[in-house]
Design a protein around this ligand. Structure first.
Ligand code: NAG
Ligand code: NAG
Ligand code: NAG
Ligand code: NAG
Ligand code: NAG
Ligand code: NAG
Ligand code: NAG
Length: 416
């Protein structure tokens, strides 16, 4: 069709007529169509990049021209490559990196460079009976993949909670159009009054630091073609002392802050507090109105034959970086070891009587005797725990769910 129509000026009327028919019956007349799968194409520097294109012309036996042009703000508009029928005419300047294999219109850029960022136009022109063309635009964005980010913490030596500020800075040695994100223990860290990000998100300011900031921070750096994550970094934060407490063997503990131990029995106490750097521990004994330093270090060993019957002890902790201190006090009571055995053999009546002694307000003549200080179950629980079933005083103490109370056991001197 249209093969015999010559292209001289006298035929321009018939050419126009044919064109009108073509418009009325689009498709059948072979309109040129150019198709691209996507208008945005992402490239990686140094790698080949394909700009895929399909086209249809509908009409056979005619000249077909494929032309790629490039336009960017920095380099303006330029012709990259053109082909007529299957004959390629590479551009002298760009031909070594832009490849076309007609009849395919797909452009290969190899290797792609950052300067290849811009708009690409593919134009397909057919000329036979008439001239017809179609074009499409593609946007190319070329990036360098981001290298592994590195996080620096400032101050590097550490920051004191409530006083110092800290800055974490994320850097990448390679990568273009990088955006940054911060994770705290693997979760996105939201901005808050104490956590402020720089405009480009490369820096995280913590002002002031708290113990709570002691976490693993990770910087995620990404661009349109890659994502990379730093090693976690935990800034050194000086804090404490917190959660100060003294522990001993459970069997010695009779209530909060009170321990009882048989005379001559060795006993240890461990003082602990959460702090960075580790605390300095010192122990004091308070007896007979006097406070005496007795030991340094977290563990105190007491040889109970060498200490008063009843004394208060104090564990003092000091964090030499935060300058904060803490102290906790407890009472240690020595009970004669014989008591343990005597309780075992004591008759229920003795025991009950002893209990009554503690309850009665007015002591009677019968109550005279030597009193020892022990722990027994609270009165309500008492009848269910017959004393003759108990091996030692300490068993009573250890019975869970029974609140221990102080009571007195009367050891009436045996009348011989
Ligand atoms: C071109 O056509 C081929 C086969 O018809 C198809 O596989 C390919 O996805 C098409 N490409 C584009 C850019 O439309
Ligand atoms: C292009 O190809 C068509 C058909 O294959 C042919 O008729 C035409 O002469 C060719 N044009 C050139 C310039 O080689
Ligand atoms: C992160 O960057 C390093 C180089 O710094 C690279 O070897 C690694 O493959 C990258 N990881 C990812 C997931 O891209
Ligand atoms: C920490 O930052 C605050 C402002 O955010 C500033 O006022 C303060 O002086 C800083 N503290 C130190 C120790 O630099
Ligand atoms: C950071 O992560 C490591 C490994 O998972 C863990 O051992 C460490 O305790 C964490 N540090 C903090 C401060 O959470
Ligand atoms: C013991 O302490 C009391 C009250 O704190 C005080 O009045 C008294 O003088 C002190 N006794 C001695 C011997 O230090
Ligand atoms: C603080 O205490 C630590 C450990 O107890 C010790 O190693 C360090 O030398 C002390 N620093 C100062 C400044 O006293």
């Amino acid at each position: 069709m249209g093969r015999d129509v010559s292209m001289d000026s006298s035929s321009s009327k018939s050419y126009f007529f044919l064109f009108k028919i073509c418009i009325l019956a689009i498709g059948t007349c072979g309109a040129v169509r150019v198709m691209v799968p996507t208008e945005m194409i992402l490239g990686t520097v140094g790698r080949p990049l394909l700009l895929p294109v399909n086209y249809t012309t509908g009409i056979k036996d005619q000249n077909t021209q494929i032309t790629w042009t490039f336009q960017s703000q920095s380099s303006g508009s330029m012709l990259l490559v053109t082909a007529i029928n299957n004959t390629l005419t590479p551009d002298m300047e760009h031909g070594h990196r832009f490849f076309l294999s007609p009849p395919s219109a797909t452009l290969l850029i190899n290797p792609v460079q950052l300067t290849d960022d811009g708009e690409y136009t593919i134009k397909v022109t057919v000329s036979g009976v008439k001239m017809e063309s179609a074009s499409r635009q593609l946007t190319v964005q070329v990036n360098v993949p981001v290298s592994k980010p590195v996080v620096h913490s400032d101050p590097a030596w550490g920051a004191v909670e409530y006083i110092d500020n800290a800055t974490l800075t994320c850097t990448v040695s390679k990568g273009t159009k990088v955006i940054y994100q911060w994770l705290k223990d693997g979760k996105p860290l939201p901005e808050s009054s104490r956590h402020i990000f720089s405009v480009d998100n490369k820096m995280l300011f913590i002002s002031p630091v708290l113990k709570d900031d002691l976490s693993n921070y990770t910087c995620v750096a990404k661009n349109l073609i890659s994502i990379n994550e730093s090693e976690p970094i935990a800034p050194n934060i000086y804090y404490g002392p917190y959660d100060l407490m003294v522990k001993s063997e459970p069997r010695f503990k009779i209530s909060e802050g009170v321990f009882a131990v048989g005379k001559g029995e060795p006993v240890w106490f461990k003082c602990s507090a959460n702090s960075n750097p580790p605390n300095d521990y010192s122990w004091f004994q308070k007896a007979n109105n006097k406070t005496t330093p007795i030991h340094r270090g977290p563990i105190l060993n007491i040889m109970s034959e060498k200490v008063p019957e009843k004394a208060d002890y104090m564990c003092c902790v000091y964090n030499n970086v935060t300058g904060k201190r803490g102290e906790t006090q407890f009472t240690l009571i020595l009970s004669a070891t014989v008591i343990k055995k005597e309780v075992y053999h004591r008759s229920p009546t003795d025991y009950i009587r002893a209990h009554q002694v503690s309850v009665e307000q007015e002591p009677s003549m019968d109550d005279y005797g030597i009193y020892e200080f022990v722990a027994v179950p609270e009165p309500a629980a008492f009848p269910q725990v017959p004393p003759d079933k108990l091996s030692t005083v300490y068993d009573i103490i250890r019975v869970p769910d029974i609140r221990t109370v102080y009571d007195v056991i009367c050891q009436t001197p045996k009348t011989s």
